[in-house]
Design a protein around this ligand. Structure first.
Ligand code: UDP
Length: 327
């Protein structure tokens, strides 16, 4: 079986490549190495049939030629990370809109089952206790970069969905809720690797805002094995499916936990959003997933709690050859 993974050199994508290689798939990665890295692929490189293609999902011809003749495509290439989105709004929009369009059009044309990675950002400011796939999206103005990202990912879902319905080609949309694990970089904003790196260097831990905002972090090791089963479950087709963890924590609580688990001497500091992200940034207070649809479809049950997730990052930073990343 041949799989194409766009964004395969990224954090989630590279774990998916390892998983597919272990299952005997011949994997082709398309990645422009903008936020991903070849180091993430050291385990997959050299596997039979593994191929890395450095290229852009905006290159329609390239995307089409890679997807043609494959058995399944996982689209994870995207502009991600709050700093990246805020610093490169136009490029982010183009990649997230047209990159997905290229993948979906090629998959539908060549009748290749496809999974499109979406995000809990699509719910916007809806802070319901247990967001369900059918829940409302609540956005601020499109001039705020965060909402333009959410809107673009929402359109990606629509493009995937409409093509799935019209073509009859299996299509699944996955909404990832704050997924964390080894290989995730804090460089573009993600809070858990940032706090772990800061704690391990005994540097101040930077809590933005009051730290009362809450998130529910999920492990990449729980989420990645769920992707192929979803594409093999016809009841999941043309649906968005939430994937994430179950333990909710405030960001101040996260900072405390990281300090505790690393035995760090880091002080915890509070920084205004404006200083952290520039003017006009809007955070969301809470984001907690209802994953009962995934449970019903494929028996999804996340097993890793927050301590497991933090420890997996700490171990990775201690691994031979691993260099702590700049915060
Ligand atoms: N955050 C923080 N310090 C950091 C990076 C992020 O306090 O160094 C906060 C951020 O403002 C948000 C939460 O942590 O409230 C999660 O941020 P992340 O970018 O990881 O995910 P998202 O905001 O997309 O849920």
């Amino acid at each position: 079986m041949k799989a194409v993974v766009t964004g395969g050199a990224g954090f989630i994508g590279s774990h998916l490549c390892d998983h597919l290689v272990a299952l005997g798939y011949q994997v082709t990665v398309l990645d422009d190495l903008s936020t991903g890295s070849l180091e993430n692929l050291v385990h997959a490189q050299g596997a039979p049939g593994f191929r890395f293609v450095e290229g852009d999902v905006l290159d329609r011809g390239l995307v089409d030629s890679l997807i043609k003749g494959s058995d399944v495509v996982f689209h994870l290439a995207a502009a991600v990370g709050v700093y990246n989105i805020v610093d490169n709004p136009l490029r982010s929009l183009r990649v997230n809109l047209h990159g997905t369009e290229n993948v979906v059009e090629a998959a539908a044309a060549h009748r290749v089952p496809y999974m499109i990675a979406s995000t809990s950002e699509v719910y916007g400011k809806n802070d319901a206790n247990g967001l369900k796939e059918s829940d409302d999206r609540i956005y601020g103005p499109a001039t705020t970069s965060r909402w333009s990202y959410a809107a673009a990912k929402g359109l990606d879902e629509l493009v995937a969905y409409v093509h799935g319905v019209e073509s009859g080609v299996p299509c699944v949309i996955t909404r990832f809720f704050n997924i964390v694990g080894p290989r995730q970089t804090g460089r573009y904003g993600m809070v858990v690797p940032r706090f772990v790196d800061q704690a391990m260097a005994d540097e101040p831990i930077t809590v933005y805002g009051t730290g009362t905002q809450r998130r529910c972090f999920g492990s990449v090791f729980d989420v990645v094995p769920a992707l192929l089963p979803l594409l093999e479950t016809s009841e999941a087709y043309n649906q968005a499916v939430n994937l994430g963890g179950h333990e909710e924590v405030s960001i101040k609580g996260l900072a405390d936990r990281v300090v505790e688990l690393t035995g760090s001497r880091s002080p915890i500091t509070f920084i205004d959003y404006e200083e952290a992200y520039g003017e006009g940034y809007e955070d969301m207070q809470r984001r907690y997933p209802d994953t009962s649809l995934a449970a019903q479809l494929i028996g999804y049950r996340p097993e890793r709690d927050l301590n497991d997730i933090i420890r997996s990052l700490v171990e990775h930073r201690h691994a031979p050859g691993s260099v702590p990343e700049p915060a």
